[in-house]
Design a protein. Structure first.
Length: 213
C-alpha cells in the first residue's frame, strides 16, 4: 500500500496537469465576443453625423432654398458596428458550443460508481425550459463534486479544487437579473478549475484504472 502511495505521489509530481487547449480557445472566444459586443453599439451610435442639406423648392416667385441639418450614418463605420455585433454573436455561440462539448466529455470521464448522467443527458437537459434551472446545478457544480469524489478515491488524503464553489456562484448569478451579466465570467473560472480536475483524473486513470463499481 505504501509503495502504491509513493508511486502515486511520484506520478503526481512528474505529471503536473496542464490546462487543455480548449480552455484557452473558449476564453479567447468569450473575451473577443465581449469586446466586440461592447464595441458594436459604440461604433453604431457614433457613426451618425449631422449633415447640412439644402432643399430647393419651386414657387411662383422663383426657387426657394431651405437649409437644414440631417442625421445620417457614416456608411463604413455603421457597417463595422453591425459587423462587430455579428462576430460577437458567432464567437459567443461557438464558445458555448465548445463548453457543451467539453461538458459531455467531462462527464464521460467520471467513473460510473459516482453515478454520472450520460454525456447526452448531461447536455440535452440543459435545453429543457424551466427544468434546466435545476439541471445546471446538477451538471456544473455537480460535475465538480463528482470529480472531487473520484480524485479523492484516486489520491486518498488529498483534496483538489475542482471549482465547485465557482460553479454554484455561476449558477446562482445566472438566476439574478443584472447579476447574470457576470455569470459567464465566473463560469470561466469554474471551467478552468474543472478542466484541470478532468485532466488530472484522466491521467490517473491512464496510470491505474479506477474501478467502475
Amino acid at each position: 500500500m505504501d509503495d502504491v502511495a509513493r508511486r502515486d505521489g511520484a506520478a503526481e509530481k512528474g505529471h503536473k496537469p496542464a490546462q487543455s487547449k480548449l480552455v484557452w480557445i473558449v476564453v479567447a472566444l468569450v473575451l473577443f465576443g465581449i469586446v466586440a459586443g461592447v464595441t458594436s453599439p459604440i461604433l453604431i451610435t457614433t457613426s451618425y453625423r449631422m449633415v447640412p442639406r439644402t432643399t430647393e423648392t419651386v414657387t411662383p416667385n422663383g426657387i426657394t432654398q431651405t437649409r437644414s441639418l440631417t442625421r445620417e450614418a457614416e456608411p463604413v463605420q455603421y457597417s463595422l458596428g453591425w459587423g462587430a455585433l455579428g462576430l460577437s454573436a458567432v464567437a459567443l455561440t461557438v464558445a458555448w458550443a465548445a463548453v457543451l462539448l467539453w461538458l459531455a466529455r467531462a462527464w464521460a470521464t467520471v467513473p460510473k460508481r459516482f453515478g454520472p448522467p450520460s454525456p447526452a443527458l448531461a447536455v440535452g437537459l440543459l435545453f429543457v425550459p424551466v427544468f434546466n434551472l435545476y439541471w445546471m446545478f446538477r451538471v456544473i457544480p455537480g460535475l465538480s463534486a463528482a470529480l472531487s469524489a473520484a480524485l479523492s478515491t484516486r489520491f486518498p488524503g488529498r483534496s483538489f479544487n475542482t471549482g465547485q464553489l465557482a460553479g454554484v456562484v455561476a449558477c446562482v448569478a445566472a438566476l439574478i437579473p443584472g447579476v447574470n451579466l457576470l455569470s459567464p465570467v465566473v463560469l470561466l473560472v469554474w471551467f478552468s478549475l474543472a478542466d484541470l480536475a478532468v485532466v488530472r483524473l484522466r491521467a490517473s486513470v491512464d496510470d491505474h484504472t479506477l474501478p467502475d463499481a
